[in-house]
Design a binder for this molecule. Structure first.
Ligand code: THU
Length: 162
């Protein structure tokens, strides 16, 4: 038996003022886009805004449904939109924010497992890192420089015999 250890690196900023101008702008957009969420069931509004390598900006917000499992997270709405509109342009950074209508919105959230798998797919496809900038409406910011760092030992298309 051999024990293997994994570690991930993420950067912690005290608040948005520590970010460079481009990341601060993107996170502010994500904060604003939370207002576009359709979240009548959870009242948890999420905004995700992507900056592409060509400078284009694509936004997404969570879209819920009375049939709960078919709801879409903001990250996947933004990723699918970016991949549809600009299929051959790399994703550089995705900023993620949220507004918890009935609670606190002052700490970072990170993507759910399904969104991590989706991010991993696009990062592998483009063979270039996707950065994540995560923060609430206020408070600390986390930055992860490679989306795959959030999903170690992940399942990928390499496993499929095609
Ligand atoms: N949600 C997101 O949009 N992104 C996340 O990273 C976590 C959760 C959404 C899904 C659902 O509409 C609501 O937040 C509560 O889980």
């Amino acid at each position: 038996m051999e024990k293997q250890l994994l570690h991930i690196e993420y950067l912690v900023y005290d608040d948005i003022n520590g970010l460079d101008d481009a990341d601060a702008w993107l996170l502010k957009e994500a904060r604003e886009v939370t207002a576009h969420a359709y979240a009548p069931y959870s009242h948890f509004q999420v905004g995700a805004v992507i900056r592409l390598a060509n400078g284009e900006i694509i936004a997404g917000s969570n879209q819920e449904n009375a049939s709960f499992p078919i709801g879409l997270c903001a990250e996947r709405v933004a990723l699918a939109s970016a991949a549809s509109v600009y299929p051959n342009i790399d994703i550089d950074t995705i900023a993620i924010s949220y507004h918890n209508i009935n609670g606190d919105s002052s700490h970072p959230i990170s993507p759910c497992g399904i969104c991590r798998q989706t991010l991993a797919e696009y990062e592998t496809k483009q063979d270039a890192p996707i950065r994540l900038v995560m923060g609430g409406l206020s408070g600390k910011i986390y930055v992860v420089n490679r989306a795959n760092d959030l999903l170690p030992l992940s399942f990928s298309g390499d496993e499929l015999a095609l």
